[in-house]
Design a protein around this ligand. Structure first.
Ligand SMILES: [Zn+2]
Length: 186
């Protein structure tokens, strides 16, 4: 199985197939996925197979983002949703702050680069993380055949933000601090 074919298979590996696959539990989102040998992990806070599943799921968005503004915005939302679901202990919650900006403050996700410094300065270090997640990338990949990706990404990002509920006051305050004042006054 090539890693390009792992999209849904990692979430639904057949135990009666050619040998019981090794599975791994993602330390970020808790998804149980088949371990894919040789998959490098570029996402701290996630298992290699979960990060690989995310990459495969958004590959189409990455291919189109350079030519298409709405796709670039959706890819930014997906990237921040994934990062917010895979926090690294002790690191500032910048991804959660960005999710708040895109989802609650109506900020254009394409301003991520412009706001990066302000978001990093404002992002709080959160002493906890959600104990459970409503939707993971494994759920998203499993639904991809019946629901289109933009709708899935939006509802998943909404669910990630909702799951962070206990941190909303701190994250909202940071999001408002990250917006330049003309935005904040709106
Ligand atoms: Zn994960």
């Amino acid at each position: 199985m090539s890693d390009a074919d792992t999209r849904a298979d990692t979430a639904t590996a057949d135990p009666a197939g050619s040998g019981w696959p090794e599975t791994e539990v993602c330390p970020g989102c808790g998804a149980v996925t088949a371990a894919v040998p040789g998959l490098g992990n570029r996402s701290p806070g996630a298992s290699a197979s979960c990060a690989g599943l995310f990459e495969v799921t958004v590959r189409g968005l990455q291919e189109d983002a350079a030519q298409d503004v709405p796709t670039a915005a959706l890819l930014q939302l997906a990237t921040d949703g994934y990062a917010a679901q895979h926090p690294v202990d002790g690191e500032p919650a910048a991804a959660a702050v960005r999710l708040c900006l895109w989802l609650e403050r109506g900020t254009d996700p394409l301003r991520a680069a412009e706001l990066a410094g302000r978001v990093d300065d404002a992002a709080p270090r959160l002493p906890f993380r959600p104990v459970r997640w409503t939707t993971t990338v494994a759920d998203l990949a499993a639904d991809l055949d019946v629901v289109d990706l933009p709708a899935l990404v939006r509802s998943w990002a909404d669910a990630v933000w909702t799951d962070w509920g206990a941190a909303h006051p701190a994250v909202r305050a940071a999001a408002d601090a990250a917006l330049p004042s003309p935005d904040a006054a709106r």
